[in-house]
Design a protein around this ligand. Structure first.
Ligand SMILES: Cc1cc2nc3c(=O)[nH]c(=O)nc-3n(C[C@H](O)[C@H](O)[C@H](O)COP(=O)(O)OP(=O)(O)OC[C@H]3O[C@@H](n4cnc5c(N)ncnc54)[C@H](O)[C@@H]3O)c2cc1C
Length: 512
């Protein structure tokens, strides 16, 4: 294997550090290391042609749409993404206000502005509010099992269903109303699948569900696009630090590798890329998504990862949540409408779906968010999680547009509703360097698995310490699945290296 030369190579000063992946975790780590004089030999290897990873804003419909991260969750002083976005002046005045920062949402999505049922009528608002209050009340209860001695059932989904079944037994209304209540609850289950990035809440472990910490603050968006944040971080790095289109194939560690082009010292790690290029290093910070790690676990590390770490990667959950943007010539919704919920009256969280995906995939869609004014069109953003979302990725744009036009005509009761004039969607499961959307604590795993994944290697006190470090959203125990968890994890690993090479450094952590 021939190794590649580079920017600071040959200068021989300081450790050589490679960051794999230029999402917000990788960029955050790189920014922190670049600011420290001990790390002049830093490179970021990115598989694709762009930085940002799952932060991906695209120009569309005369505005900007977010194919990946949408909101800053909990925008308040304890959120580093909020702090950084505020520093770079990327947020609206009202989102910076103290009032917004102090608002407690409990991490729940706001109520729908309107709920359309599959028979073409709007669902009574009071019924929707009653079901939202039931659903979110139960969801809040699930968080309390974190400190309980034992749990009644393994998953969040089973717990919610058990409680709902009990409550439903006491409902005294007409059969039709009881069915409608369950159908509305089913839509909230679908929404929670999007929030948790899972196919089913039955896959999400009950006891560790409360590990995720909800920060105060009313979720906010970036008017110019989330990617403004990663672009700013990138602009602060020396120009040639990031190497694009350099997918890493295998990280050889615990070795003694030499640079082909110099007679210098040896390195404990060698990073081999898909194109054959090899980069020797003292330290590698791995920030690739958990979905990629799961798929390439057998070949990405040589020697393979210790059993406990490999097991943690296998056990943790990583599911799919996608967005489907529909552009309309004219809005069919009211001017103050923010969220259109879609309720399928033949569904219930207490009944499993048995039909083939091709006939029912669209029933997993939660409905649509109304995006704020665009220059040339009116845009709705649908969210869909799970296997149905992955199936949607296999369809053509025309098929998706046709299916959703039929859905909208049916639920609005307007057979003449003009079709959207265009569609744009994410396909995170098919993306080879992501393979899904974000992580969750799956049944069979716990918060300890997140900590296990975050442990650097080797762990046996070898002379060459911290050869492989792990960052990325799936490695942050209290903020997994978010951009702020990812950023903090990048800072955490950068600080680990800074502490190794500059023990006197004043570090602001701990980051967990
Ligand atoms: C649809 C969707 C909606 C979301 N909504 C929100 C939200 O509203 N709020 C929020 O806080 N979070 C949200 N998230 C989650 C958030 O986007 C992620 O948690 C965060 O961006 C992850 O950052 P990361 O750096 O850990 O990983 P990534 O951003 O995935 O970065 C990893 C990088 O590694 C690269 N890579 C992978 N394999 C290799 C390889 N072999 N060699 C080299 N490079 C490689 C990838 O190309 C990528 O650039 C959402 C995510 C999705 C998909």
């Amino acid at each position: 294997m021939e190794s590649s030369g580079g920017r600071a190579e040959g200068s021989g000063r300081g450790p050589r550090v490679l960051v794999v992946g230029s999402g917000i975790a990788g960029l955050g780590a790189a920014q922190r290391l670049c600011r420290h004089p001990a790390f002049p030999q830093l490179r970021v290897l990115e598989a694709t042609a762009r930085a940002g990873g799952r932060i991906r804003s695209e120009r569309g419909f005369g505005g900007v749409v977010e194919l990946g991260a949408h909101w800053i969750h909990g925008p308040s002083q304890g959120n580093p993404v909020f702090q950084l976005a505020a520093k770079y002046q990327l947020l609206r005045e009202k989102d910076l206000s103290e009032e917004n920062q102090l608002t407690e949402t409990g991490g729940h999505v706001g109520l729908p502005s309107v709920s359309y049922a599959s028979s073409g009528v709007s669902v009574n608002r009071e019924l929707v509010e009653e079901m939202a209050s039931l659903f979110y009340g139960l969801l809040d209860q699930t968080r309390e099992f974190l400190h309980a001695a034992d749990a009644p059932v393994p998953s969040v989904g089973q717990y919610l269903k058990k409680e709902i079944r009990q409550r439903a037994a006491g409902w005294t209304e007409h059969e039709e109303t009881r069915k409608l209540k369950l159908a509305v609850l089913n839509s909230f289950f679908n929404l929670e699948c999007c929030v948790s990035g899972t196919h089913s809440m039955d896959l999400v472990a009950l006891v560790p569900f409360g590990e995720y910490t909800v920060l105060p603050g009313l979720d906010c968006t970036f008017p110019g696009g989330y990617q403004g944040l990663t672009n700013h971080i990138m602009a602060s790095l020396p120009e040639d630090v990031i190497v694009f289109n350099k997918p890493v194939k295998t990280i050889h560690w615990s070795g003694s590798f030499q640079e082909a082009s110099s007679l210098g010292g040896t390195f404990p790690v060698l990073v081999e890329c898909e194109d054959g290029a090899c980069f020797p290093a003292h330290h590698v910070i791995v920030t690739v998504p958990l979905g990629f790690l799961k798929e390439h676990l057998d070949t990405f590390f040589e020697p393979p990862l210790p059993t406990e770490k490999a097991e943690a990667i296998r056990k943790m959950g990583f599911g799919t949540n996608n967005k489907i943007f529909l552009e309309f010539e004219e809005p069919f919704w009211e001017p103050d409408c923010q969220y259109i919920q879609v309720v399928w009256e033949d569904t219930s969280p207490l009944q499993d779906v048995t039909s083939e995906l091709q006939h029912v995939w669209f029933k997993k869609l939660i409905g649509f968010l109304v995006l704020p004014s665009f220059e040339s069109g009116h845009v709705l953003c649908g969210f869909i999680a799970g296997l149905e979302s992955e199936f949607m990725e296999t369809l053509s744009d025309e098929d998706v547009l046709l299916s959703l036009t039929q859905v909208l005509r049916r639920v609005t009761g307007n057979a003449q509703l003009p079709a959207p004039r265009s569609v744009l969607r994410s396909r995170w499961h098919s993306a080879p360097y992501t393979r899904g959307s974000y992580s969750y604590v799956a049944v069979g795993s716990t918060g300890d698995d997140i900590d296990q994944l975050a442990q650097p290697l080797p762990t046996d006190g070898a002379e060459a310490q911290l050869q492989i470090l792990f960052a990325g959203e799936a490695t942050h125990r209290s903020f997994y699945s978010t951009t702020h968890g990812a950023l903090l994890s990048g800072w955490r690993e950068a600080d680990r290296l800074i502490a190794l090479w500059d023990p006197q450094a004043q570090l602001p952590g701990p980051w967990l």
